[in-house]
Design a protein around this ligand. Structure first.
Ligand code: ZN
Length: 185
């Protein structure tokens, strides 16, 4: 197993919709193990394969004691659109915003053995599922911001200094305690 480098904005792999993993299970166990190790190494609560440069529909999560992985996920959302403070992303280090997300989510798919899985989440777990499935569509959480948050994020991402902040924050990632998906739990 190995800890994989995490791709950060503006790496184009983060904007590329991932391909279905399909029935070929070759290398998927290894990929999932490496993703867990990488996610744990940085204290993240979720990680999608494109974030480690793999364009396949796979994500891992570890939220409030719920831990798992889903291959070729299908997402259903329900409940209300809610905002919770401090959503972040390992691939957009240093920023935290509050995009609206549905309060409940169900995700189905298969595991690395090809067995069907289904996870139901509320609150942070539901938010995590929506965040990770977005990654598989080539979408980042900053795309979901509106109003002042949207303006602010665009300004910061345009800022030439962001590259430096990004590099610094990568090294210091585990300390970003306010992040839902970008730091320590
Ligand atoms: Zn993310």
């Amino acid at each position: 197993m190995s800890v994989l480098p995490i791709r950060t904005f503006p790496d184009p792999v983060l904007r590329t919709p991932a391909a279905a993993a399909g029935p070929d299970r070759t290398d998927l166990h290894r990929l999932v193990q490496d993703m867990f190790e990488t996610m744990d190494d940085v204290g993240g609560v979720g990680l999608a394969a494109p974030q480690v440069g793999v364009e396949l529909r796979v994500f891992t999560f570890d939220v409030e004691g719920r831990r798992g992985h889903v291959i070729d996920p299908v997402l259903w959302t329900s409940g209300e659109l809610v905002t919770e403070p401090g959503e972040g992303c390992l691939s957009v280090p240093g920023l935290h915003y509050n995009p609206e997300r549905y309060s409940e989510a169900v995700v189905t798919g298969v595991d690395a053995d090809g067995q069907p899985v289904e996870y139901r989440g509320q609150g942070l777990l539901a938010r995590c599922f929506q965040h990770e499935v977005d990654h598989l569509e080539g979408r980042l959480y900053i795309d979901r911001l509106t109003g002042e948050d949207r303006k602010d994020s665009r300004r910061r991402l345009r800022d030439r200094a962001y590259g430096q902040v990004s590099g610094t924050t990568q090294a210091d990632r585990a300390k970003s305690v306010n992040s839902s998906f970008g730091g320590a739990r």
